[in-house]
Design a protein around this ligand. Sequence first.
Ligand SMILES: Nc1ncnc2c1ncn2[C@@H]1O[C@H](COP(=O)(O)OP(=O)(O)OP(=O)(O)O)[C@@H](O)[C@H]1O
Ligand SMILES: [Mg+2]
Length: 244
Amino acid sequence: MESADLVAQLTKVRKIYYKPDGSVMVEALRGIDLDVRRGEYVAIMGASGSGKSTLMNILGCLDQPTDGDYFLDNKPVGKMSDEDLSAFRGRTVGFIFQAFNLIAQLTVVENAEVPLFYQHVPPAERRERAMHSLELVGMADRAGHRPRELSGGQQQRAAIARALVTNPVILMADEPTGNLDSKTGEAILSLFEKLHSEGMTILMITHDDEVSERCERIVRLRDGLIERDEVLRSRAKVPVQAEA
Ligand SMILES: Nc1ncnc2c1ncn2[C@@H]1O[C@H](COP(=O)(O)OP(=O)(O)OP(=O)(O)O)[C@@H](O)[C@H]1O
Ligand SMILES: [Mg+2]
């Protein structure tokens, strides 16, 4: 496969957490090989402690592997300095968390602007892009509200707007429907499906079979290794390569 088609490419990735005295506390990832294609919609599953969040932290450049190689958007993440890595993460990855993680003192639109603030985008452009992002998730009419004035599903949509505001290459979500009732969770999954149909690459950790079955592919972890990697379906709109 052309590497240009790959958004993320992990080779023999290991992650060891050490105790303060330098001894091994736990080998959370024990040799992960994983390719994620542009536009894929992938569920990451596995028992508690199997390494899902550790894997997502590495995929999202929040943490570096102890060993192995990682390319994100064709850039060798392992060779970046901390400063370069955090700038690269800011423009490449959008994060969505189970607990939404909105800032309580800021309005919805101000929350959606936060990633652009870190990119030193000027205020007027920040506001315009944040409003556009809120429109994508159907939250523009709540732009001036504070998080506590919103339902859980609305807070998660605001958090998704914040994740989208930088035009990321990949969206990473750790149990995004975990704090929501099933009807509200359904609205979030429909939104992911819309984003996916528009070409967004999405990786989602979930414990829920009903959620993972709506993805295109399920990667199952067990004790820090990939136990099973199953393609359920491919996107209908796979571009057909013309014969040369
Ligand atoms: N910062 C850390 N320091 C030490 N050990 C850690 C750290 N983070 C995770 N671990 C350990 O690494 C292993 C994998 O943890 P991880 O959080 O990736 O699991 P998970 O699959 O996300 O679990 P859950 O479903 O409970 O969220 C576990 O044994 C955990 O205790
Ligand atoms: Mg976890």
